[in-house]
Design a protein around this ligand. Structure first.
Ligand SMILES: [Zn+2]
Length: 627
């Protein structure tokens, strides 16, 4: 209902479409079934036209960056397509394939540095809990129906995942009680929790370990929408672990190894429970490798009512759209933004098609009519903004805005109208605008991937957001760019703090829109405040999971910042914004930390003001503007 009020505004509808806020159908419906608004938040521009001349190359691949992403001279031995295409292999990924979490900055070539600590056999810790199970054991006879088990040392109740209903919304089922005595032949000791206890998604993520690095090998047949994949996770045990969970929805798991040794596993719902032959010890770094295949299926999520989440396939085009839970449809993970990690993704597809992923392209090789590209994200990334794309795309290079800046490149549909490329030219202006406010862009590359069809939304996938063909307005391009600082570099610890993502990105994109279109920002914010009075419920910190992408977190979240700005004055306000970003860059934050910064720079009255905007049902008045 509250979203419906705000969908009255054409601009609001466009804004709400950012980051999964609304489907194209929903936007179209609301636009045609309601009266025209008397006020709008920003001048609504045609979705696919830019109003200013581009500042960078508008041609396709006409500008070659000085620092190229050409294939490295060394072979990418670890990504040989013939190996990743094999679905029946039981051999674990060699330790050398797992690049170190701390990849040195600037090392753009492939042949990722090997991790000397991966697969070092440290699982044979003499102090680890005992109860070794031989690899020939079968699963327990009491496996519940529908639970897929394999290999060794499986315990159907391990990880509390057995209650998860495969039909239930992702990550929302509470863990079941574990009251079955442990199998005497399995490692004893504590198991990792099946979830991290997020208020909205108690089962998303998993307890007991912290992921350092993901190495994902994907062999994809885009014609049949099938994958054969190996994901290797380097992680640190935060407690003794007789078992731990990964999040994975659908697909068939063939084999799981830990440090190269076969491990037992069982599945229930989206919980993949892994049992090492020997329990892992607190503080131990380990490498778990999952070999799997099948057709990834998108999932429903109560936090994304307008679209299914995860791996999407449409007419041979693959894209991923995962906020908040969808990543587990295509790779096993600790699926919560509070556990970010570095990534290396290798995608093998027919040479006739193009693959792209979040990160910097660091390698490309072709063999047997199939091309493997390697994508490195050396800065921590949350699973939900990790993405792959496959289709007939053209890469448009824009070079770097300055020698220290990111490599700017877009991916547009082959044969896209010139207006598509022209619309994206605003990107470098948006990046420069946000850098003025928050500081240098946080990642190695940036750009937009435009799908060859309408989507009604865009999502801020890290370093390479995805936009429907219909969502290319300057404000949305600026919105997804702003998320690279706030949402991606500074990530959420809990999903119910999503106003820290959406309110901030909305405020920055409204500021950018005011400059871009030349309208009076203060007057527009006063009009937005008047609109807010029509939905005087659900403050940003009072939302339900169904309002995760609702108007409160976008608009009342943005207005919270505007009220703080009016109260504290521009100088103090922008100091607060910058401190909020800089102090958590590369990590995570929460509302309490933000309020602490507000207190530090602007005092307790400002804290009271922000809290009234975040928690009170009534929409507060706007304060008088301070100089
Ligand atoms: Zn957003």
């Amino acid at each position: 209902m509250h979203r419906r009020v705000f969908a009255l505004s054409a601009a609001a509808a466009i804004i709400a479409a950012a980051c999964g806020g609304s489907s194209g159908d929903a936007t179209a419906t609301s636009a045609t079934s309601t009266a025209a608004p008397t006020t709008t938040i920003a001048p609504a521009a045609p979705a696919t036209t830019a109003t200013s001349p581009p500042t960078s190359s508008t041609g396709v691949a006409t500008e070659t960056p000085t620092t190229t992403q050409a294939p490295p001279p060394t072979s990418i031995a670890e990504s040989a397509p013939t190996e990743t295409a094999t679905t029946t292999s039981t051999a674990p990924v060699p330790a050398g394939e797992t690049s170190a979490p701390g990849d040195p900055p600037g090392a753009e070539t492939a042949g990722s540095p090997t991790d000397p600590e991966a697969g070092d056999g440290s699982s044979a810790d003499p102090e680890a809990p005992t109860g070794t199970v031989s690899t020939g054991d079968t699963s327990a006879p009491s496996d519940p129906p529908g639970t897929e088990t394999n290999g060794t040392a499986t315990d159907p109740d391990a990880g509390d995942g057995s209650s998860a209903d495969p039909e239930a919304p992702a990550g929302t089922e509470p863990p079941a009680e574990t009251d079955t005595p442990p199998d005497p032949e399995t490692p004893t000791g504590p198991a990792g929790e099946a979830g991290l206890g997020d208020g909205f998604y108690p089962l998303l993520g998993n307890g007991g370990y912290n992921v350092l690095h993901y190495s994902i090998d994907l062999d994809v047949d885009p014609a049949s929408n099938t994958i054969a994949a190996v994901t290797t996770i380097t992680a640190l045990a935060e407690q003794d672990l007789s078992a731990f969970n990964l999040d994975l929805s659908g697909l068939e798991v063939h084999d799981v190894t830990i440090d190269g040794v076969a491990a037992g596993f069982s599945r229930s719902g989206s919980e993949l429970t892994v049992r090492p032959g020997l329990a892992l010890a607190q503080g131990e770094e380990f490498s778990v490798s999952v070999d799997y295949s099948g057709t990834p299926e998108p999932i429903d999520d109560p936090g994304a009512p307008a679209t299914a989440l995860g791996w999407h396939w449409r007419d041979g085009v693959v894209y991923t759209l995962s906020q908040p839970s969808g990543a587990m449809t295509w790779f096993p993970s600790n699926n919560h933004p509070s556990d970010k990690a570095t990534f290396e993704i290798r995608i093998t597809v027919p040479t006739s098609t193009t693959a792209a992923a979040t990160g910097l392209l660091v390698g490309e090789s072709t063999a047997g009519g199939r091309t493997t590209t390697t994508w490195r994200m050396k800065d921590p990334m949350a699973t939900y903004v990790t993405a792959v794309y496959i289709g007939d795309f053209d890469r448009v290079d824009h070079g770097r805005p300055n020698p220290a800046g990111p490599l700017l490149r877009d991916y547009v549909p082959d044969g896209a109208a010139p207006e598509v490329v022209e619309a994206l030219a605003v990107t470098s202006q948006a990046i420069a605008f946000i850098e003025e406010v928050l500081g240098p862009y946080p990642f190695e590359a940036y750009g937009t991937l435009v799908l060859p069809f309408d989507l009604g939304l865009a999502l801020e996938n890290q370093s390479l957001p995805v936009h429907g063909r219909d969502i290319l307005s300057p404000e949305i391009i600026a919105h997804e760019a702003a998320h690279q600082w706030l949402g991606n570099s500074v990530a959420l610890e809990e999903w119910d703090d999503i106003w820290l993502n959406e309110g901030f990105a909305t405020y920055l994109h409204l500021m950018f829109a005011a400059e871009h279109y030349g309208f009076d920002f203060g007057a527009e914010m006063r009009r937005l405040h008047q609109q807010l009075l029509f939905f005087a419920g659900t403050p940003p910190k009072g939302i339900t999971v169904g309002e995760l992408v609702g108007p409160s977190v976008y608009f009342r979240g943005a207005m919270t910042l505007h009220a703080l700005r009016l109260h504290a004055g521009d100088e103090t306000f922008f100091q607060i914004l910058r401190a909020h970003y800089e102090r958590s860059a590369g990590g995570t934050t929460n509302s309490e930390e933000f309020l602490g910064i507000v207190d530090e720079f602007a005092g307790p009255e400002a804290v009271d003001l922000v809290e009234s905007w975040l928690y009170d049902e009534a929409v507060p008045e706007l304060p008088e503007r301070q100089p």
